[in-house]
Every structure is written in C-alpha cells, then in structure tokens.
Design a protein around this ligand. Structure first.
Ligand code: NAD
Length: 394
C-alpha cells in the first residue's frame, strides 16, 4: 500500500513539474491564456462563487497605477480572465511604456495619466476602480487621492507604512463612500481556501501549531528590489514585503487574532542591502485557541513560500503556498501522504472580480482596509518585540 502511494505520489510530482513548464511559458504569452488547469483533477476544488444577480456582460472599468514588474507581468495580463473587471486606464511616469501597454491591451491612449495629472481621473466616467501597484511608501498618498477623485480602491500589500497612513486611507474611502480592498490574493486562491477549510473543519484534529516561511534573496541589480532596500519607500525589510504572507497565513488559517508576540531580527553585518531594512525576522504568535505560529521571513534565503499546519490527527503542508501558480497541498497522516489536486484558478482575476462584485452589490470586500491595517499594526509589534526582546501582549 505504501509503495502504491509512493508511486502515485511520484507520478503526480512528475505531472506537476511538466505542467509547471507549460504554465510558466504561457504566463508570458497572450492575455487570457494563463492559469488554465492542465492536469486531470482527482478532486474538485471549492465550489465556484455564486454569481451575483447582475447582467452577465457588466464589467467595471479599472485603472492600474504603476507599471512595474508585478503590474505588467501578473495583474494586467490577468484582466483577460476577469468576468467583472476590465482594464480601461493606466497611470505611469513613463508615457512610452504606457503607450505600448495600452496598445497591447486595447486601452484608449486618452486614458493614460501621469503622476501629475492623476487627480483628473475624477472626470473619467469609464474608471470605477483604481489599483495601486506602487512602492509601499506611495500606497497611502495614491489611495487617498484616488478615493478623493471618487474612485473605489484596490491597494497592494502591505497596505501602507504606518498605522496612521492606513487609517487615513480607510477614512478617505469612508468619506467618499468608496470601497477599499487590500490585494491579499492568497485569500482568494483555491489551494489556500482549501487549506483554511481543512484546518477549520476539524479534519486535522485539534490545531496545535502553524509554521510559515517566506524568503527570497534580495537582488540589488533588479530595479524592483532597489526601492525594497530603502526604508522610506519600503517601510520595512523582508517582514513588510514577504513576512506579511506568513503573518496572514497564521491569521487566516486559524481565523483568530494573536494575543502574544515574540520575535528576533538579524541582518548580516556589512551586507550593503541591509543598511536601511532588515534581512531576517523570526516571530512567534500565540492565538486564543492555544495555537502557536512559528513564522520566518527573510531577504537572504532562496525562494520559499510555505505553510504547514499541525493538528492532533494530521498535518497539512502547502508548498508552494503563496506562489502565483502551481501550488501543492499534502495531508500527512501517520502512514500516508495524501496530495490534494485542486483546480488552479487565476487568483489575481478572482480577487479583482471580488472587488468589482462587492462594489456592484454594495458589500464590504472580504479583505477591506481594516485587514491591511491589522497587519501593519501587528508588524510594528513584531519589530517592537524583536527590538526589546520582550514578549508583547497584543
Ligand atoms: P516595481 O518596482 O517593479 O514597480 C513599481 C512601479 O512604481 C514602477 O513602475 C516604478 O516606476 C513606479 N514608481 C513610481 N514612483 C516611484 C518611486 N518614487 N520610486 C520607485 N518606483 C516608483 O515593484 P513591484 O514588484 O511591481 O511592486 C509594486 C507593489 O506591488 C509593491 O507594493 C509590492 O509589495 C506589490 N507586490 C505584490 C505582489 C503580490 O503578489 N501581491 C507581488 C509583487 C509586488
């Protein structure tokens, strides 16, 4: 039996690796071709979201602010898979780049803005939602200006640098009666949703511990990593950028808020990348149910995006957990490893459509500004715990 399981496991591993190549290639292909599931499904994923009662052709118009790596490689191509959202405007400091993208994705060049005339977007009825994909230090300013221009806001993680900035964003959205959502894509991604369901349904027994590790090796030659080493633009180091995924995982897997935090922080002495921001942060969270989460965050180690959940009857491993595609979920019991094959879906399209649907139905999105503020507040407490060496009560 074990051997049989083992060979099935290997076969799936090979299929997984073959599929990865296909999907990785298509990511850079034509919009609308990415994230198509390419393997036989042993198990159906979570039930598809119920369609709201609105005309099937209705899509809200979105403007993307900042045409960097993440916007151009992931978000803009994903509009091709949206049911409720379409790209209608671009905001960039580089007109030529914006013209090229506009042409490629069918955006009218009259809908290209720069950072100076950004506020005039208020006069453009085609734009319903503004998606902020700028360095973290600019999130608050452009979200507030966007809400003041009468538009709904999607903002990348981390929401902003300080709690005060987050509050200003929430206040601006409330004042203008606009929706504000933080782009926590993992909370819309089918493998993470399945992990939450498994953990919270009791299928693993009583939850005891969670570990989550997020790391990568910061590359100073990559322009997208240069601002990440500057405190003013990044707000913090690995914790603000990717440790936030470990923090989110601990919170969404338990569905609880931590009561105590301890932490340790360390940066390699003399490494010029870590003059202003930290390299490593390890932190422990204690939740009311007694679950302890051990989380790591690093700008020094090779790509890692992993979540493990330990229950009294079984453990769950999601690795990669928070990648853009090709996640893997394994349930580990005493004598067996059971891989869950769940249909991959474009998580970016799912999260964008979630905001469009929330706007159309006038409902609070699942990850509103308050969710982003809570993470910024907790990250500040993690730094405080690391600096003082004391366990902090939340
Ligand atoms: P990037 O550097 O590739 O893009 C940033 C864009 O902002 C660039 O086009 C740059 O020209 C523009 N910009 C405008 N003003 C700037 C200034 N003063 N300094 C520097 N750049 C300026 O970075 P990125 O990796 O695309 O990250 C952008 C945002 O998206 C960040 O908040 C990041 O955390 C977030 N992000 C999220 C995910 C995710 O999976 N949700 C993944 C990557 C990045």
């Amino acid at each position: 039996m074990l051997d049989l399981l083992k060979s099935e496991f290997t076969r799936r591993t090979i299929l997984h690796k073959a599929g990865f190549g296909l999907i990785a290639l298509s990511t850079f292909g034509v919009a609308g071709t990415i994230f198509k599931p390419n393997r036989t499904l042993a198990q159906a994923g979570p039930a598809p979201a119920k369609e709201p009662s609105m005309p099937p052709e209705k899509k809200l118009g979105w403007a993307v602010v900042g045409l960097g790596k993440f916007a151009t490689e992931q978000i803009i191509p994903s509009f091709g898979e949206c049911k409720r959202s379409k790209l209608v405007a671009l905001v960039s400091g580089d007109r030529a780049k914006a013209e090229g993208i506009a042409q490629q994705y069918g955006v009218n060049s009259k809908n290209i803005y720069n950072y100076q005339n950004y506020d005039t977007i208020r006069n453009n009825p085609e734009v319903d939602v503004i998606y902020i994909i700028l360095p973290n230090g600019l999130h608050a300013e452009y979200s507030v200006r966007g809400a003041q221009a009468g538009k709904h806001i999607m903002c990348e993680k981390p929401m902003a640098i300080t709690v005060e900035e987050c509050q200003a964003m929430i206040d601006a959205a409330k004042k203008g009666d606009r929706k504000l959502m933080i782009a926590y894509r993992a909370q819309y991604e089918p493998y993470n949703l399945a992990a939450i369901k498994l953990a919270q349904s009791g299928k693993l027994g009583k939850l005891k511990a969670i570990t989550s590790d997020h790391g990568r090796n910061l590359d100073p030659k990559d322009p997208a990593d240069r601002w990440r080493a500057q405190k003013k633009l990044a707000g913090g180091g690995s914790l603000y950028d990717i440790g936030i995924y470990s923090l989110q995982a601990a919170r969404y897997i338990t569905g609880e808020e931590p009561q105590e935090i301890s932490a340790m922080m360390y940066s390699t002495p003399g490494d010029p990348r870590f003059r202003e921001v930290e390299e490593n942060v390890n932190f422990v969270l204690r939740f009311p149910s007694g679950v302890l989460a051990n989380c790591t965050s690093s700008y020094g180690y090779a790509d890692t995006k992993r979540i493990q959940v330990f229950g009294s009857d079984a453990a769950l491993e999601l690795d990669p957990a928070t990648d853009y595609y090709q996640h893997r979920l394994i349930i580990k019991r005493k004598n067996s490893n059971e891989e869950q094959n769940i249909q991959e879906k474009n998580q970016f399209a799912l999260e964008m459509d979630h905001l469009s649907e929330s706007i159309m139905a006038n409902k609070q999105p699942k990850t509103p500004g308050e969710e982003g503020l809570q993470d910024v507040r907790l990250m500040q407490l993690i730094y405080q715990a690391a600096r003082t060496g004391k366990t902090i009560k939340v």
